[in-house]
Design a protein around this ligand. Structure first.
Ligand code: SAH
Length: 212
């Protein structure tokens, strides 16, 4: 690697700030996570570029600016219990774990889940649990959650997920077609759900009952 990793990471954080990420806690969380540990060894020199990278099994680690945007929209506080659907490399879970009390992340592909679990343990994360399961139905046994982040594209908002939010809880999810989605945030207010749209995104599909 020609330029040292800390320099690359700092350049990325400055770029995220300039491109509109305003929550300094989110920027600090991303500055604290060594993204190079979450990408395959052969792609490490690209770990701080702002695009998704292949992580095996046809899946990708999301691009840093999208992770930042999702994390900002989730408005995570240190008291929050967070559910992520689509652990993949474990990177988004690590960023959330910098800000939350506890992160439950679920992944349907056992090999990715195992690799994510190993990495997070090696890096010393004690407030993240990685489980192999179909997350489209949420995780009823651990619900409710202050925050639910879906790291894969869904055709519509899965009803089971909004039902697992606390009052005031936030769901952030890419909704749309297979090749193009929009980031949607749903906030629960009692029995009502407020949703808002937050720009384009491209994710691998959510597979399962309420997925594609
Ligand atoms: N958050 C990840 C990016 C993951 S890509 C990261 O930071 O690296 C999306 C992941 O969602 C893929 O690994 C895919 O296998 C997983 N996935 C798709 N449908 C799922 C489902 N129904 N339940 C759990 N995981 C799912």
């Amino acid at each position: 690697m020609s330029v040292a990793v800390p320099v690359r990471r700092k350049v990325l954080i400055d770029y995220l700030r300039e491109s509109g990420i305003a929550d300094e806690r989110v920027l600090a969380a991303m500055a604290a996570v060594p993204r190079e540990h979450f990408v395959p060894a052969a792609l490490r020199h690209q770990a701080y570029e702002d695009y998704p990278l292949e992580i095996g099994e046809g899946q990708t680690i999301s691009q840093p600016s999208v992770v930042a945007r999702i994390t900002e929209l989730a408005e995570v506080t240190p008291r929050d219990r967070v559910l992520e659907i689509g652990a993949g490399s474990g990177y988004q879970a690590a960023v959330l774990a910098q800000l939350a009390r506890f992160v439950f992340t679920v992944e349907r592909l056992p090999r990715l889940a195992e690799a994510a679990r190993g990495r997070l343990a090696e890096l010393g994360y004690r407030n993240v649990s990685v489980q192999v399961m179909d997350g489209t139905l949420g995780w009823r046994a651990q619900a409710p959650f202050e925050v639910i982040v879906v790291s894969a594209a869904a055709p519509a908002i899965p009803k089971a997920l909004v039902e697992q939010l606390t009052d005031g809880g936030r769901l952030v999810i890419p909704i749309g077609e297979l090749r193009r989605q929009e980031l949607v945030r749903v906030i629960r207010r009692g029995d009502r759900f407020e949703d808002s749209r937050h720009g384009p995104a491209t994710f691998v599909p959510l597979v399962g009952r309420d997925g594609f």
